[in-house]
Design a protein around this ligand. Structure first.
Ligand code: KG4
Ligand code: ZN
Length: 365
């Protein structure tokens, strides 16, 4: 079964063509990071506008690359939420138009459920096309690159614990099946990616902060500064990252902001110590979730799952678990995970009619 997937929930426009829930025939992602970088965060109106400019040409290009036409997919899957409502609407209305015009099934997908499903996606042999949009271009063009296709989906069995760490979410979720999830814990304030982005901002590193801190921290000493591990031993599976961000702010003030920004060793040590605190808390909570549920499999997904320190520390911290990380192209937002999960939603009441609406705060089922 061939599904056309559309993802526009935040600042990545993405289209993919996926067969039977895993084989990726084509995957295109247009990142808006350069558009939002100068504002230090995502500007919702600019995000919607860039989605409108890019989406239809991307659908054409994606189908062309797979040697398919709009009539070929059996269904159209689209992110219904959660996300920025204006951004979501661009995808939802486009998907509805295609479903109506071509009499296709329309499958709404929960963005977080799709991240949780992402380890199963892969294979198919198509290189992933990534375009970083040029903020000056009026036609929505940009710098383009191709990435090696991800290997076939990884060995992961239901039920498993999913740790979702992205710019908008930090949650531990018990995944019983592709359509049955139980939230075990979540952040009470900032998401992990948000903490990376805010700390990078206060260090003048740029946006988005996660990859920049990851890079700078690689040369730093993670034990140099003893930063707090918020809620590490709280007895529940919730997270909190806003106190850690404040602790970094106070540390930078104490050390002298100019000194930290201009002394590469000091900057690397601050970044490494902050990153270590985040990684430490995430893995301690993941361990607690595995103990609580009796699961032996853990999937770490979402943009922060690209973090190299998190990847390196996970197996060491959880020696008795099978820990799975999707490849980086599947960690950040992409439509392949949307089309992949949709395959498992096709035959129940999850398909819908043209009354489908975007839902910025869609609940996870
Ligand atoms: O999943 P994603 O692409 O979008 C959301 O759904 O939010 O995640 C984006 C987040 C950003 O906060 C970014 O800073 C973070 O993922 N991120 C990273 C890394 N790469 C991306 N955080 C830490 N280390 C990285 N290497
Ligand atoms: Zn996401």
């Amino acid at each position: 079964m061939l599904i056309l997937g559309i993802e526009t929930s935040c600042d990545e426009t993405s289209v993919a063509l996926v067969e039977d829930g895993c084989r990726v025939l084509a995957s295109h992602v247009a990142s808006q990071v350069r558009i939002h970088a100068r504002f230090g965060g995502v500007v919702p109106e600019l995000a919607s506008r860039a989605h409108i400019q890019r989406l239809i040409p991307m659908i054409d290009a994606c189908l062309r690359e797979a040697g398919a036409s709009l009539g070929d997919p059996d269904a159209v899957a689209v992110t219904q939420g959660p996300g920025l409502v204006g951004a979501l609407l661009v995808g939802v209305e486009t998907a509805k138009a295609i479903a109506f015009a071509r009499r296709k099934a329309l499958i709404p997908v929960h963005h977080i459920a799709a991240h949780l499903y992402s380890p199963f996606v892969g294979g198919g042999g198509a290189a992933w096309r990534l375009v970083v949009l040029d903020p000056e271009a009026t036609d929505g063009s940009g710098r383009e690159s191709a990435h090696a296709p991800p290997e076939a989906g990884q060995p992961l069995e239901y039920p498993y614990v999913g740790l979702v760490v992205s710019g908008g979410h930090s949650s531990l979720i018990l995944c019983r099946s592709p359509r049955c999830h139980e939230v075990l814990g979540e952040t009470v304030d900032d998401a992990a990616g948000e903490a990376f982005d805010k700390v990078a901002k206060l260090l003048d590193l740029g946006y988005p902060g996660g990859p920049l801190i990851d890079r700078v921290a690689a040369d730093g000493d993670p034990a140099r500064f003893d930063l707090p591990r918020p809620m590490r031993s709280s007895g529940n599976l919730d997270f909190s990252f806003s106190g850690l961000k404040t602790a970094v702010l106070l540390l930078v003030r104490e050390l002298g902001a100019d000194r930290v920004r201009t002394d590469p060793t000091l900057l690397a040590d601050v970044c490494a110590s902050f990153q270590e605190a985040v990684v430490d808390v995430l893995l301690a909570k993941a361990r607690a979730a595995l103990e609580m549920t009796g699961c032996r499999h853990l999937a770490i997904v979402g943009g922060v799952a690209c973090n190299r320190r998190l990847r390196a520390a996970a197996a060491r911290a959880l020696p008795h678990a099978r820990v799975v990380f999707p490849p980086p192209v599947l960690c950040t937002d992409n439509a392949a995970m949307i089309a992949g999960l949709a395959y498992h939603l096709r035959d129940d009441h999850r398909t819908c009619d043209l009354r489908l609406n975007a839902d910025a705060a869609l609940a996870l089922l």
